[in-house]
Design a protein around this ligand. Structure first.
Ligand code: 5GP
Ligand code: MG
Ligand code: MG
Length: 184
């Protein structure tokens, strides 16, 4: 299957590669300003945050390290329940560290609020959150997100790290899927 076939599955492009990159320039500048003179540990949440992390770190001048976590949300269907299991933990000791969680998307915010309190319990100097995308639902949960790329409508999106059944993560843009993909 080539890229043209995959793009046939899309209904519309929500955010182009150019829009994503331009916004990342701004986020990187803000992060550099906020962490000037400090060491920063970026914690990416697998697998979705791989693209954001890769594009973000290349724009940063801050002295950064990267580490990764994989978590799974128990829950039926497409909604997360807030009950989270760690599939892969960090290699890094967080004691005294400035930590920035890097996320692809915040939907209900349940996964992230769990992650936030989990990381805060490990004795870091600070923990903040950067997410490329945020849905309106996220506003209902008390998660203070320092850096947000884009607020998007309450639609299921793919691309730029985000999957549907593990596909479409490699698309360089964010889009919605055509109904035929869901078997409609
Ligand atoms: P939350 O706990 O915030 O509801 O769920 C966050 C996770 O659900 C994200 O990290 C992502 O894996 C998944 N998710 C939420 N919304 C979407 C979406 O629109 N598209 C895709 N592909 N995944 C989503
Ligand atoms: Mg994620
Ligand atoms: Mg997924």
């Amino acid at each position: 299957m080539d890229r043209a076939d995959v793009e046939n599955d899309l209904e519309k492009v929500l955010l182009s590669q150019e829009q994503l990159h331009a916004r990342l320039d701004e986020l990187a500048a803000a992060i550099d300003a906020d962490y000037a003179g400090k060491q920063l540990l970026l914690v990416g949440v697998l697998k979705g945050a791989v693209m954001v992390m890769a594009d973000l770190v290349r724009r940063l001048h801050t002295d950064v390290q990267m580490d990764w976590m994989a978590v799974s949300s128990y829950g039926s269907g497409t909604k997360s329940s807030g009950v989270v299991r760690i599939l892969k933990d960090l290699d890094t000791d967080l004691t005294g560290r400035h930590v920035l969680i890097v996320e692809d998307i915040i939907d209900s915010g349940l996964t992230l609020s769990w992650l936030l309190s989990n990381l805060r319990s490990r004795g870091p100097e600070s923990v903040e959150i950067a997410t490329m995308l945020r849905k309106p639902e996220a506003a209902k949960v008390e998660v203070d997100v320092r850096y947000v790329g884009f607020d998007i409508p309450n639609e299921f999106v793919v691309g730029y790290g985000l999957d549907y059944a593990e596909r479409y993560r490699n698309l360089p843009f964010v889009g919605t899927l055509a109904p035929h993909v869901y078997g409609a």
